[in-house]
Design a protein around this ligand. Structure first.
Ligand SMILES: *Cc1c(COP(=O)(O)O)cnc(C)c1O
Length: 428
């Protein structure tokens, strides 16, 4: 595997300046036999490293770029935004345009507030749920990722069902105690939690399409069950749609399943590649936030005017036809990758399947995976070989076996023909 001298030097320099050489751990190529690629520009479905090597990008910034890199309409909107200034720290009309557009399409949302990341959105949603219900405990599912909020960096404990411990150093035990951890699909466990912690559970939070530990597609019945038990116990249901929102359908999994969350969090696509997160809920719930309500929440750069324009321009492109096109392109890509893996090098990767949902796909050596425990524990080694083989062919996946692949509207038929060619020929 040949990373260039230039990239090796950049990584060495990066490691002296930044912990582990990266600003987010999943970028580090940990466990791979090559250094992270340093990218200098991107265009459409392609990304280019500092050696000018071109890759078809299936990471797409981990999801936000549903139109592809440098979509011309978004670029034009951002350019015109630049001439007006890029932060006011005051009321402006651009966020209203975005909220108005969104609530006209999202029946479960009457008001929204913008923040700067998915993590921030989740943090706010949890505080809001606790403020509204005046309860402390939150049910979270093993295998769902909700950003790096203290109370969400929690894994199942070794004790009784529902007990939890921190999955990161620096998270106080006291914080872990208020998070109850269950396995996805564990109906009985959820019921038991509501009995054991009667009138103490503020909310259940779930990725309705868990897509941060592979793609753990949930049956609709499980989500309906969560909706019902929340209704019965006056707990709130939080859908974390930071990945699935505007991705699987405009209204995310709430639209696909017809199940209305009480609070929804968005991120990624909502900013079109600029840093935006959001929470949405009924007016009643949202007005518990300061300055009207007692739940404090704030942000110097929140509803940043440039980011608002980037988000709105991106989302306006996401018509029903766009989703149909995205899904059909994804199916072609999945078919190509699957067939290549079946035949490559006498079946070296034949154990791998490509699971997919809308424009998300996940490469895993199994047919059906619905919870964390279903994921084979040894998937990394095989995936790493596959990742490196594809990298050598100019195809860039997220550099980790547990991350999904993202298809954008820029992955058109021409790109797919190019993918077919790359799967037949090594470039390095
Ligand atoms: C990405 C993600 C987050 C965190 O968002 P950041 O913008 O990375 O802070 C939270 N929840 C889900 C479901 C995500 O996919």
């Amino acid at each position: 595997m040949s990373e260039s001298k230039k990239q090796t030097e950049l990584f060495i320099k990066s490691k002296t300046l930044v912990p582990g050489g990266v600003h987010s751990p999943v970028r580090s190529f940990k466990g791979l036999h090559t250094t992270p690629r340093f990218f200098e520009r991107a265009e459409g479905a392609y990304i280019y490293d500092v050696d000018k090597t071109e890759y078809i990008d299936f990471c797409m910034s981990f999801g936000p770029l549903i139109l592809g890199h440098r979509n011309p309409k978004v670029e034009e909107a951002l350019r015109s935004g630049l001439t007006r200034g890029w932060s006011f720290g005051a009321c402006e009309p651009y966020s209203l345009d975005l909220v108005e557009f969104l609530i006209s399409k999202l029946p479960h949302v009457e008001q929204m507030r913008f923040v700067n990341s998915g993590t921030e959105a989740v943090m706010t949603a949890l505080r809001l749920a606790r403020g509204v219900t005046e309860r402390n405990k939150i049910i979270k599912f093993n295998g769902c990722y909700h950003g790096h909020v203290d109370s969400m960096l929690i894994k199942a404990g070794s004790g009784l069902a529902g007990t939890a411990e921190a999955s990161s150093a620096g998270v106080p035990e006291g914080v872990a105690q208020d998070t109850l951890i269950l396995e996805l699909g564990d109906v009985e466990g959820v019921k038991k939690c509501f009995v054991d912690h009667k009138d103490q559970i503020a909310a259940i939070i779930i990725e309705p399409l868990p897509a941060n530990n592979g793609l753990l597609i949930q049956p609709k019945e499980f989500l309906s069950f969560l909706r019902e038990i929340c209704d019965q116990t006056c707990a709130l249901l939080i859908f974390d749609e930071v990945i699935s929102g505007f991705r699987v359908a405009f209204g995310g999994m709430a639209e696909i399943t017809g199940i209305k969350p009480d609070i929804v969090t968005y991120g990624k696509i909502i900013g079109g590649g600029l840093p935006v997160g959001a929470i949405g809920a009924s007016k009643f719930i949202m007005e518990h936030l300061a300055p009207i309500g007692k739940v404090y929440q704030a942000g110097t750069l929140s509803a940043n005017p440039l980011a608002m324009v980037g988000g709105l321009t991106t989302l306006k492109e996401m018509t029903p036809e766009a989703y149909v096109r995205l899904e059909s392109q994804t199916k072609k890509i999945v078919a190509l990758l699957s067939s290549w893996m079946q035949h490559f090098n006498n079946g070296e990767f034949a154990a791998f399947k490509v699971l997919h949902f809308a424009s998300l796909f996940w490469i895993v050596p199994k047919d059906e995976v619905q919870k964390l425990a279903d994921i084979p524990t040894n998937i990394t080694e095989g995936f790493n070989k596959l990742f490196e083989e594809l990298l050598n062919r100019g195809v860039y996946l997220a550099p980790n076996a547990y991350e999904v692949g993202f298809v954008s509207l820029a992955h058109n038929d021409e790109v797919i023909r190019d993918l077919e060619h790359r799967l037949e020929h090594r470039i390095q």
